[in-house]
Write a protein that binds this ligand. Structure first.
Ligand SMILES: Cc1ncc(C[n+]2csc(CCOP(=O)(O)OP(=O)(O)O)c2C)c(N)n1
Ligand SMILES: [Mg+2]
Length: 336
């Protein structure tokens, strides 16, 4: 296979994953509107290239931690859309047997240490996983995803520091989408985010977060560096969410960003960017794109249909799974 073919294979698989995330999120919004998902969700639409580009640099045993906006990170690393929909719908087949919802989805077997409703809280968890890898001489890395809003959380700054002084195999991935809810990053931080990380002694880079191939290339450099024992790094991905902060805020009359700004970013939709690269590289046609889109639509619809087959938990089990009674060394009797 030529280098160009290899790249086309990678671009194609990234396009597929981005499309899977996009469709998952679009259908999630529709199911919320239809009352089938009885909660709101933080949609990842517009930011797909970050999760997909970074995950292209990872192997299954690498660990990721995620955020309140976690569906994309989980799907990019191989999470099961059926179990995710079932979780959002509150059904037994869900990742947390329908008890946790969007911000608690995890799949430890795939190295997905979970979505997380607490801003910045995935970073110390990733440092813990990385410390374990380093102690065991394992060639794996830990990748916490977090937003620009986490950059002023003490726990995130402490994590940057401990990863630096211990030379941990961590690649911190900051999804800078310019806003924390309605607060613009320019009002919240002086100077660049990458410079701030570099001040802790980390290797730090900024990349176009709308371009999956650029994210993949930058992440691959930093991940390989970490695997080789050269320590922690920081990747700022410049990205944008196309939708409201969460589904509950759709249609609300907030003026923190203009329609023109949203439109400018939409012109660099990550799916369009990768499709254009495939077109330039391989003469990929819009019909190729429609075929993949249709395949993904089918995959998502069957995930939804299978999730609907699963029962709701019965009320008598409401207190089940509250305590980790099987945790080795859990003091006997504490959970009873
Ligand atoms: C510790 C903590 N503080 C505040 C919140 C409320 N909160 C939820 S999302 C959010 C904004 C996060 O912004 P950012 O990290 O940039 O992520 P984005 O939503 O842009 O993806 C805030 C403040 C929270 N969940 N946790
Ligand atoms: Mg943000």
């Amino acid at each position: 296979m030529s280098a160009s073919n290899l790249d086309a294979t990678s671009l194609l698989s990234m396009y597929r994953k981005m499309r899977l995330i996009r469709r998952f999120e679009e259908r999630t919004a529709e199911l919320i509107d239809a009352g089938e998902i009885r909660a709101h969700a933080h949609l990842y639409i517009g930011e797909e290239a970050v999760a997909v580009g970074v995950s292209a640099a990872l192997v299954e045993k690498d660990v990721t931690t995620s955020t309140h906006r976690g569906h994309g990170h989980i799907l990019a690393k191989g999470g099961d859309p059926m179990r995710m929909f079932a979780e959002l719908m509150g059904r037994e087949a869900g990742y947390n047997k329908g008890r946790g919802g969007s911000m608690h989805i995890a799949d430890l077997g795939l190295g997905i240490f979970g979505a997380n409703g607490i801003v910045g809280a995935g970073a110390p968890m990733a440092c813990g996983a990385a410390r374990m890898f380093k102690n065991r001489d394992d060639p794996f890395v830990a990748v916490p995803f977090f937003g620009d809003g986490a950059m002023n959380q003490g726990v995130l700054l402490e994590s940057l520091n401990i990863a630096a002084i211990w030379d941990l195999p961590v690649v911190f991935v900051c999804e800078n989408n310019n806003y924390a809810i309605t607060s613009p990053i320019t009002d919240m931080v002086r100077g660049s985010l990458a410079d701030r990380a570099a001040g802790f002694g980390l290797e730090a880079e900024t990349v176009d977060g709308m371009d999956a191939a650029a994210v993949r290339d930058a992440a691959t450099r930093l991940v390989e560096r970490a695997r080789a024992g050269k320590g922690a790094s920081f990747l700022e991905c410049r990205t944008y969410r196309f939708e409201a902060h969460n589904t509950a805020l759709r249609g609300s009359d907030l003026t923190y960003r203009t329609a023109a700004e949203i439109e400018r970013w939409r012109e660099r939709d990550p799916l369009t960017v990768t499709a254009a690269q495939l077109d330039a590289d391989e003469g990929w046609a819009s019909s190729d794109r429609s075929t993949i889109d249709a395949e993904i639509d089918n995959e998502i619809e069957s995930a939804i249909a299978n999730a609907r087959e699963s029962a709701f938990p019965s009320a008598s089990t409401a207190l089940d799974h509250m305590y980790a009674q099987t945790y080795p060394g859990f003091p006997a009797g504490v959970a009873e």
